[in-house]
Design a protein around this ligand. Structure first.
Ligand code: ARG
Length: 560
């Protein structure tokens, strides 16, 4: 039930459409005032009346019904009170019948949305800097699916570039298969670091690396095999992290996938007169848009990151006919995407407007919590492992007799990492703190998970009786009900703004309201009808929190 719609339809205001009124209705900060309010200040000018008078006149005309049970004009606001029993019944019935589909919709039916996220680099460490793109992208993926879109998760692997020539050179000189099999990505990275150290002293190494890279490009079987080894090693390791974080992809087409797809794009750019020469390189001049030129081909004829992205966008449009294509990439690449999008627009691709750079801020580790010494990489795997370890210690202390502690600690620890990265607006830089993300009383996933476990235990003790009817809904109950009813709207705006943090915050808010209700109102000892209602309310909270956390990729242990 859309109460705003209901009210807007019954509230004719001179000079405004139903949609205008709808847009002006808002939830007042203090719910003692009402459940929805229309501020009349903006109407004063057109209606040539004082806001207070407008509110009074509208209040006198508004026809109350079984849904809106009270209207009041207060200081220029028109406050509406929604019938508590009505809202409660409607909301709980809906949740208890829709269950794990509560909040889902079909608004995206028939629309494909490509989401480029995580996009790791082969043979490079998977470090804390990749956390945001991975969990943000994954949440957006799940959210799109839930709202009826067809998402395509794309891991645009960084699997092309001269660094692979360097790696082959380093591997040939100092590496072995055994060393890589034992040391994994870290061993690969060590080889890479060593190459740079040695190349400082001996420049011929760089020539060697270039030659090896050329071999990969020319399809030399040995070079290609080694490159394949680096790639499979990387994918095996990041695969484990994706599994832990509950992250999936539909496509692993990385940069090298576009090797044979760039020429047509370059030809098109040339045919459309967009390429100019600059110091031997082929570029698209973007000075008219206040941007440096977008380099398409280097003077030695090699393609660039941007060239691949332009080819990738064209490929994605042709392959998926996307409604939108999102790039979940750090704000450091703002310029890159502005350039790429502009070049596509200049090529006449009308769909360039559907490309969206979903930019996010940096994650750093709190000083002293792990090695943040300059230059040392913080591996994401280490952060996750440490969170799981800490979660285990906390759980063991709180509830030593708990069964399945390891598994629960994994769900709690992983949840803490994901939630920690998703709780703030994505563009903000964040400092990751173990104590903060694992604070059971804080604005954290473990607080929400703990609330779920509490709700579940209430339901276990309470039995199967349910009722959505309650003639005398208490204020605490009503706050929970209103929050519950908001969930579908929260999901909609989280998708519109590409802000999974709306869902994370919602879960904390709902958990807090439920806990307030839990401490203020007795559930199991209430008289039968009230008890049945409170059990329905409890179950609805559990369902909604599970759905919310699930969209973020976070599980809910049955006990904690
Ligand atoms: N691999 C790149 C990096 O780590 C991110 C790729 C993002 N996606 C893209 N289509 N450019 O910086």
């Amino acid at each position: 039930m859309d109460f705003k719609q209901h009210i807007a339809k019954k509230l004719p205001v001179e000079g405004l459409t139903v949609q205008d009124v709808y847009g002006m209705l808002a939830v007042p900060p203090d719910t003692a005032m009402g459940d929805l309010a229309l501020p009349c200040f903006r109407l004063a000018k057109t209606l040539r009346k004082a806001p207070a008078l407008i509110a009074e006149e509208l209040a006198a005309k508004y026809p109350c019904d079984g849904i809106v049970c009270g209207v009041q004009a207060v200081n220029g606001y028109l406050n509406f009170r929604i019938d508590r029993a009505f809202l409660a019944k409607q909301t709980l019935e809906r949740i208890l019948s829709e269950r794990e589909r509560y909040g889902a919709s079909g608004e995206g039916a028939g629309k494909t949305v490509c989401i480029d996220y995580s996009s790791v680099n082969i043979a490079k460490p998977f470090h804390i800097g990749h956390l945001s793109t991975t969990v943000l992208g994954s949440a957006l993926y799940k959210l799109h699916k839930f709202l009826g879109y067809t998402p395509v998760g794309i891991n645009h692997l960084g699997d092309y570039g001269t660094q692979f020539g360097k790696l082959i050179s380093a591997y040939r000189r100092w590496g072995s298969r055994q060393m890589l099999e034992e040391g994994g990505l870290r061993a690969l990275n060590a080889l890479y670091v060593r190459f740079h150290e040695e190349a400082e002293k001996d420049d011929s190494l760089n020539d060697e690396a270039r030659a090896y890279f050329k071999k990969i490009e020319d399809g030399d079987p040995q070079a290609v095999e080694l490159f394949g080894l680096f790639k499979s090693l990387t994918l095996k390791e990041v695969g484990k992290i994706y599994e832990l974080l509950n992250v999936q992809f539909d496509s692993w087409a990385g940069e090298s996938f576009y090797n044979d797809k760039m020429q047509p794009v370059i030809d098109e750019l040339r045919a459309k007169g967009l390429l100019t020469e600059s110091e031997g390189a082929q570029v698209v001049d973007l000075s008219a848009y206040d941007m440096p030129p977008c380099i398409i081909l280097r003077s030695d004829g090699a393609s660039l990151y941007a060239t691949r992205d332009i080819a990738a966008a064209v490929y994605r449009k042709n392959t998926y006919d996307f409604y939108k294509c999102l790039y979940v990439v750090a704000y450091q690449q703002n310029l890159h995407f502005r350039q790429v999008f502009k070049v596509l627009e200049l090529m006449g691709k009308e769909w360039a407007k559907d490309l969206v750079h979903v930019a996010y801020g940096m994650v750093s580790l709190e000083e002293g919590s792990m090695s943040t010494r300059k230059g040392r990489v913080v591996y994401l795997k280490d952060v996750i492992d440490r969170c799981i370890e800490k979660a285990l210690a906390i759980i063991t202390e709180k509830n030593p007799a708990l069964e399945n502690k390891e598994e629960i600690a994994r769900t709690v620890g992983v949840g803490a990492v994901i939630f920690g990265a998703l709780y703030n607006n994505k563009i903000k830089d964040i400092t990751f703190s173990y104590d903060k993300v694992l604070n059971f009383e804080g604005e954290t996933s473990c607080y929400v998970q703990y609330t779920c476990a509490r709700a579940r235990s209430v339901l276990e003790k309470g039995g199967a009786e349910r009722s959505s009817a309650n003639a005398a809904v208490t204020p605490q109950e009503f706050e929970v009900v209103k929050k519950l009813a908001e969930f579908p709207d929260v999901l909609k705006s989280a998708l519109e703004k590409y802000e999974p943090c709306f869902i994370a915050r919602y879960c904390v808010d709902l958990a807090q309201l439920y806990n307030k209700f839990y401490f203020d109102c007795s559930i199991l000892n209430a008289e039968q009808a009230v008890r049945a209602f409170r059990l329905s309310l409890t179950e609805s909270v559990l369902i909604t929190l599970k759905n919310g956390l699930g969209l973020l990729g976070i599980g809910v242990p049955s006990k904690m």
